[in-house]
Design a binder for this molecule. Structure first.
Ligand code: ZN
Length: 181
């Protein structure tokens, strides 16, 4: 296993549409293992293969489901090949960050409940429901497979924040106006 370099937002590889995987083989297993190690090292709640420069439809997730008491929740770990959202309903609006956009967070509208179809790392078809935080993370990672970043989904400039060295949220829109003054 190896920690891979995570590409940041100006890298063109993050904007490509990733290819579906036709064959589950040892090199794919190794890619998934490297993605898990890279996500854990960062650390992050999820990682998509394009973020390490691989244009294949693979994501890994390690995220709290976000619907029960936070103290009793356990993270859900997923490794998904060719994931697709086959159903979605209701909305949620909340904060996201991205390992490819360090130092920023933003508020984004997502579906609250989704059903995902994918292959697991052994090539077996899986279908499952997710909601709240886990649904948000899955939508964010699946977006990466289509070259979409969460910042593309920000509806108003005021919803994007820069994190200062204390971790406080500084509105980018106002900061830009202040710098211009
Ligand atoms: Zn991301």
């Amino acid at each position: 296993m190896a920690v891979r370099e995570i590409l940041t937002s100006e890298h063109p590889a993050l904007r490509h549409k990733a290819k579906r995987i036709k064959k589950i083989d040892a090199s794919l297993q190794k890619l998934i293992d490297d993605m898990i190690e890279t996500m854990e090292d960062a650390p992050g709640q999820g990682l998509a293969a394009p973020q390490i420069g691989i244009a294949l439809r693979v994501i890994v997730v390690d995220a709290l489901p976000g619907e029960d008491d936070a103290d009793t929740e356990k993270p859900v770990r997923l490794q998904l090949v060719n994931p697709e959202i086959v159903e979605q309903r209701e909305e949620q609006f909340g904060e996201e960050g991205c390992l490819s956009i360090p130092g920023y967070v933003g508020n984004v509208r997502r579906a609250k409940f989704i059903t995902v179809r994918a292959l697991n790392r052994k090539g077996k078809e899986v279908r499952f429901k997710a909601s709240h935080n886990l649904a948000r993370v899955l939508q964010h990672e699946i977006d990466h497979l289509d070259g979409i970043l969460y910042t593309d989904r920000i509806e108003k400039p005021e919803d994007l924040f820069r994190l200062n060295d204390k971790g406080e949220r500084i509105p980018v829109f106002q900061a830009a106006a202040a710098n211009a003054a």
